[in-house]
Design a protein around this ligand. Sequence first.
Ligand code: A3D
Length: 320
Amino acid sequence: MARKKIALIGAGMIGGTLAHLAAQRELGDIVLFDIAEGIPQGKALDLSQCGPIEGFDAKLTGTNDYADIAGADVVIVTAGVPRKPGMSRDDLLGINLKVMKAVGEGIKNHAPDAFVICITNPLDAMVWALREFSGLPHNKVVGMAGVLDSARFATFLAQEFKVSVKDVNAFVLGGHGDTMVPVTRYTTVSGIPVDDLVKMGRSTKERIDEIVKRTRGGGGEIVALLKTGSAYYAPATSAIAMAEAYLGDQKRILPCAVYVEGRYGLDGLYVGVPVVIGANGAEEVIEIPLDDEAKKNFQVSVDAVKELLVACKQIDGSLA
Ligand code: A3D
């Protein structure tokens, strides 16, 4: 069987980490693309020299030419700019929308059969725009956010309950922003809902509310510490889990930014919901019953995403 091909558009902090993880896991041969000359080539060369030590044979190449992504099975997009302290994800919209146009066209022309995972912020708007510009089917273009947000929620909960992260199954819905909706009802520790753990006296509602707040601001907390950019290890790890679910037809249910039409009362919008990821990409959106509070919070999140789409359409008339 021919080796798979993984194209990474953007060879910055997340792009380089993705390349390393993909090589270590032998997901396939890896092409790093960037507009910055030398960066993708330098990172590919550096990373390929990990091969003899780590024992991987994945071939890594760097390029500034979209033709080199031809035939990619998976494309992961991180091209654009990240946040600096004091910036919201939405402040990136104008710059990154232009980047999505160029990237969407590159994918359309050279890798139209790929499964595309977008990471560029503001995520829910950028994945929508990337899909529009690329013209790929909706099921083949998804955004990475929920896996990361859930991992952040799970990390803090494991610390709170003093248990292994392996036993925490955290659930986050909605857009990737401060309006995201961590749902405690569906968040469990070894099958026990967090709400029940609170009733059992293992934590308090106030502590859980603080953790929810910290999860919502989880990206900003790291931006404030790093000062020069945003998180990259956990975002890259999250996208690799999604790529593996697709390549291995794993049918994992992962929270991703997907196109939702006719579920959750939505009529065609990219937002974070649980979805089955398998060989057909985003195969099925799972609609779960939400209580009134979660419903209200989800609506706030959806409205925030809709506002960004209006802004995108104002900036680029071809999206209207
Ligand atoms: P960074 O290290 O700056 O890398 C971005 C790369 O994109 C740079 O190497 C640029 O040269 C390159 N680039 C810029 N324009 C283009 C273009 N037109 N075509 C190809 N490459 C281009 O950033 P990063 O890797 O830290 O972050 C990348 C993106 O991910 C940013 O938009 C972040 O905000 C976003 N991000 C999202 C999450 C989510 O959970 C969704 C988390 C963390 C970061």
